[in-house]
Design a protein around this ligand. Structure first.
Ligand code: MG
Length: 383
């Protein structure tokens, strides 16, 4: 599914109470708007334009520093000005689908985004919506007497709302200048477009009032999943005067033989991370048959795996590595190895563990024919 995304985050969110602008407020450890950006990336958006208040560029750069495929642009006075600025900044072609999403709805799943995007390539527009379960009442302002309104055919509209670029831009061009649209779908409807509903998600609630943040905090845990991956590698000793382990060169009376620098520690870690995100193994990404990787530093492999995690909107929670050999003795180097892995993965050292063991003379590591390594990685990704 090929689509671009615009996240509208330029509002001042005055109904949300104290605590700063709603889009930058912290929700379960990260800014509200980052939830939507990660969700769009995880859903496969090829570009995400985030429309922010003018002057907030530095905040955005900091909040999204480690994420790919986004640009932040300043918004306009009203929501629809920001939408138009966001669409104008997209690289999408006239018939490409653009998803317009409100940053105040942080819990977007890939399924909801895909359904809207798919429907918009058939109709003139599509948006997720939910049926109304509650009975609807109308209250008279003066007497406060209420009456019951039929909910037949009524739906609660959500975002992202999806349109082909050409359809949305021409509908906005025809919109009367003195009216304010309540969403983007109504603009396309007014222009005679055929807009359809796709399945919404109750978790896609809009953060509007202070109490909404409490409910969102409670929901946040359920929107992420932790995945585990494991990796194993071994390399044989050969001639040389040092070995590479965890990206650190350690003096030894042998070297390790391999197509790359034969860093069994980084290879096991790379496979553990790739395993956690279901992205095959190190050989799929860096085929040993490709001369390009001859003698390559294995830090490239590990950084690539970590980058794949980030591209999917995920983050590495922790890694644990065990090196298995009689010699060289690992213990004097353990903290240096740990620090290097933490640096490569951009993780705090407390989230990285490097351990070592011998096999008490047994097996190939015991006979000092080579070094083996086992790793495990925990990765948190969007649901
Ligand atoms: Mg290897």
């Amino acid at each position: 599914m090929n689509f671009s995304a615009v996240i509208v985050a330029a509002g001042s969110g005055q109904r949300a109470g104290p605590g700063g602008a709603k889009q930058w407020r912290n929700l379960a450890g990260k800014p509200v708007v980052r939830w939507s950006l990660e969700a769009m990336l995880a859903a496969g958006a090829r570009e995400v334009v985030v429309v922010i208040p003018a002057g907030d560029e530095t905040i955005a750069a900091e909040a999204f520093a480690d994420l790919p495929r986004w640009r932040a642009i300043p918004g306009g006075a009203a929501r629809h000005d920001s939408v138009l600025a966001g669409v104008a900044a997209c690289r999408a072609g006239p018939d490409d689908v653009i998803l317009i999403h409100d940053a105040a709805r942080p819990f977007l799943s890939a399924a909801v985004a895909h359904a809207a995007a798919a429907a918009a390539s058939e109709a003139d527009g599509a948006l997720p919506a939910l049926p109304i379960a509650d009975t609807l009442k109308r209250s008279e302002a003066q007497t406060q007497a209420c009456s019951t309104t039929s909910r037949d055919g009524l739906w609660r509209a959500q975002t992202p709302q999806a349109f082909r670029r050409r359809v949305l831009e021409s509908a906005y061009a025809a919109w009367p200048a003195d009216e304010t649209p309540t969403d983007d779908a109504c603009v396309v409807e007014r222009a005679g477009g055929h807009v359809v509903l796709t399945p919404g998600d109750p978790r896609l609630m809009k953060l509007t009032y202070p109490e909404d943040f409490e409910m969102a905090e409670a929901l946040a845990g359920g929107m992420r999943i932790t995945r585990i991956g494991m990796g194993y590698d071994a390399h044989r000793f050969g001639p040389g005067d040092s070995v590479w382990l965890c990206g650190v060169q350690i003096p030894h009376d042998h070297g390790l033989v391999g197509h790359s620098d034969a860093d069994a520690g980084l290879h096991a870690l790379t496979d553990a991370i790739l395993g956690a995100i279901g992205q095959g193994d190190i050989g799929d990404h860096f085929p040993p048959s490709d001369p390009k990787w001859k003698g390559a530093p294995s830090s490239i492999f590990l950084e690539h795996a970590a980058d794949l995690v980030r591209r999917g909107g995920g983050r590495i929670v922790n890694v644990d590595l065990t090196l298995i050999c009689e010699r060289p003795k690992i213990k004097p180097h353990r903290e240096a190895l740990r620090a290097r892995v933490a640096e490569l993965l951009r993780l705090a050292e407390e989230r990285v563990s490097v351990k070592a063991t011998t096999t008490e003379g047994m097996g190939f590591t015991g006979r000092e024919e080579g070094i083996a390594a086992q790793a495990i990685a925990a990765v948190e990704t969007p649901l």
